[in-house]
Design a protein. Sequence first.
Length: 451
Amino acid sequence: MAVFDIAVGMTQAGLNNTLTGLFGNPVAQSKIFTQHYSQTIEGISVTVDVTIQKCPAVVLAPPSAAKWQQSYGKDGTQQTGQPPAGNVFQVLVPSLKISGTIAGQPVAASDDIEVYTEFSLAKNVLTITGLSVWVDESTWAKNGITKAIVNGLIIPYALNTVNKLLNAIPFPQIPTEYTTTKFQDPIMDITNNNELVIATSMTSSPATKLDSYTPPGSLNAFLQAGLNVINSVLTEKLANMPLKASESTGNSAANSSAEIKGTLKSAAGKIQNGKTFVSIQITDISGYGELGGTVTTIAKTVLCPIGTAIDAISNPSTWDKVIASFSIEYKPNPLDIPFTIKVSDKETVLLSIGEIDSVQIIAAPKWSGVIGSTLAALASGFVDLLSAIFKGKIVNLIIKNAAQNLEVWKSATITKQIEGINVQLAAQPGAALLPQGDTLIVEGFNVTFPR
């Protein structure tokens, strides 16, 4: 099973779509896919055009041992043994054409070749290097193109061209700016013979693995983030945040006011039924409330005139009020609040918490004055008021405002150039990140060729 907190990748289709875009570019056709050579190779005058007539195709799988052993490195040395494990793949170049003169004699020939390449990672940047080229020397020899010309011209051209093409493809990068969270050194692999993937994990997580890796279903260039990354941001921004809100209602005849205090103890992301939520836990919740106005005074006096008189003498500032403290519970606990993650127009990925529709509040009052059934009926509005404060101000205002546009990571646009052609990988501003399964959030990228 794959284990990672962040993974970036590009599929075989994504690589080949980019090559197709380059192949259709007139500048690339004249400067990359067609090259003119005029040189002397082992004393033989060679003046030829080398043309790739059809778009090369990446195959994210190693060559067979037989083909590897029939391929030649840049110095013309024939390969032996097995191809390097793990990070070698093929670039198929159909119908490579040679036309011109060799030793003053006209030549024209074409054949398929294959370039075997490997990828490596240094400082979070993917580099692709051509290792060797498979050619059918007998086909070229029949047309006057000797082994010396194959080694001195075709193989260097194929390796250099594939290196230029593949290294001009902007590959998604693991973000370097998060919260204060630290990450392990990344690993890389070809997965499912279909994706080039780089992955890493937080230092507090298990070691990164890409065994049995599952890519996003419909994206050719992507970033996958585990909930651990989301939670590190939520914890840093929200954990142990003090909460306090109050509200009042009514008029001079009858009025009430209330206050709730508490601590946002924890906030953690979750994915349930394809939707994203932040589960919050609020602790140390307490409430305070007052009932006041002429109705309250009359009720207290009718219920217990002596008690009212004692209140007036002992607490002259509150004799006409009923004051209560509350123990408060809420359900469900933890409380799930929806959240969204979107790409901003400043190349960042931002998280925002939404609102809840309902919550159940259980408030148990402890009154400071004499109270009976009549006064209890007058005070029943307290629970509604506390519910309004908890939902409307604590959750949907204070917590929501504290968790708007939290930067989770930066997704910088990557632009590479080849022969003056811009090749750009970027996320679409405003695009929403979507869940994959119950543990991953996925960002998609597009490759374009801006002028």
